[in-house]
Design a protein around this ligand. Structure first.
Ligand code: SAM
Length: 320
């Protein structure tokens, strides 16, 4: 097994199925232009082969499907069905939820047990201002349909001072009422936000979020798994919420994540643009592919930073 001096190894694989997205969120893309697929995106069969090889090489047992927006690509159905056949302990999906009603059957039939839905506001007008596309009612319907089908839903919200700061508590109320764990994601210095004034103006720290939540709820910090991205808090008798505190309390020292971009590049760290292309490896027979992968994985693990420093790379390329 490949382990670094902090004891970090790869356990979690994040697969970006496509760089394309049906939204153009203000914090993700600078110019409001919808994202398109990357050049030379891999077909579902090749991504599945990459996952199988990476699993054999690392023993990873958790996989998250992300993007771009994974539900917009035609290969979503084949990939989801295929990946659910692999011997992984945990498969999850991160989506903006806009296509959940349209993809309900394939998702439910796949047997997937949990889904993270990104939702920054419960206000339909603000929704269009942040996502610059889509509609809130369809996402809410998707959330209901997933819960009715027995799939565990978490909601991810990125709080921003100038946009949705007034919804920190209303979003929590909404989630607690539905038995959903809300996770606030601290705004990250990715892409155009790196060194930008709008990052400084909009950023809300974990402390600032807890101050707002504390005005309504009493909470206590609770356990989170060793390599969890979120710091978790229990509200007695009501439920749990989390904060993905990339800035305030980075989880880099216990990070077990490895990423594949939609065009087959391997990334060891979200805060490092260094990557390696898998193309040649996927063309080799298994035993040679695995030997070559070992070297790539050692290098990818060495790319892991000790703290999140931000990165010019946009989340769409490597998945959030
Ligand atoms: N389209 C899918 C979705 O919306 O969940 C998956 C990809 S999206 C890049 C994954 C997550 O990254 C979303 O929850 C999104 O809010 C978050 N994200 C993107 N850019 C971010 C930034 N600069 N800071 C914090 N979170 C960000």
């Amino acid at each position: 097994m490949i382990v670094d001096r902090l004891g970090r190894r790869f356990r979690n694989l994040r697969v970006s199925l496509t760089a394309a997205c049906n939204y153009a969120c203000t914090y993700c893309v600078p110019n409001g232009k919808r994202l398109v697929p990357a050049k030379n995106e891999l077909p579902a069969t090749e991504i599945l082969r990459a996952v199988t090889l990476l699993q054999q090489a690392t023993g990873l047992d958790k996989l998250r499907i992300t993007g771009g927006e994974p539900l917009v690509t035609p290969k979503f159905d084949e990939f989801l069905t295929g990946v659910m056949q692999l011997p992984l302990k945990d498969v999850s999906l991160t989506t903006n939820g806009q296509l959940l009603p349209a993809k309900r059957d394939v998702i439910v039939d796949s047997g997937i047990k949990r889904i993270n839905i990104s939702l920054d506001t419960l206000n339909a007008v603000r929704f269009r201002q942040i996502a610059r596309s889509g509609d809130l009612a369809t996402v809410l319907r998707g959330i209901d349909e997933m819960q009715e089908a027995g799939i565990k839903v978490k909601i991810n919200m990125v709080p921003m001072r100038s946009q949705n700061a007034g919804e920190i508590v209303p979003m929590l109320d909404f989630c607690l009422e539905r038995g959903i764990e809300l996770r606030y994601i601290e705004l990250m210095r990715m892409g155009h936000l790196l060194n930008s004034n709008s990052f400084a103006a909009d950023f809300m720290s974990m402390e600032a979020l807890l101050d707002v939540i504390g005005e309504k709820y009493e909470f206590a910090r609770t356990d989170a798994p060793y390599d969890s991205t979120a710091v978790r808090f229990q509200i007695p008798g009501k439920g749990v919420f989390g904060i993905i505190a990339n800035e305030s309390e980075p989880f880099c020292r216990s990070c077990t994540r490895l990423r594949i971009s939609s065009d087959g590049h391997l990334y060891g760290c979200l805060s490092n643009a260094r990557n390696q292309h898998l193309g040649e490896v996927l063309a080799l027979p298994d035993h040679l592919a695995l030997t070559k992968l070992q070297g790539m994985l050692v290098s990818a693990l060495a790319d892991k930073k000790l703290a999140f420093q931000g990165e010019v790379t946009v989340m769409k390329f490597i998945g959030g």
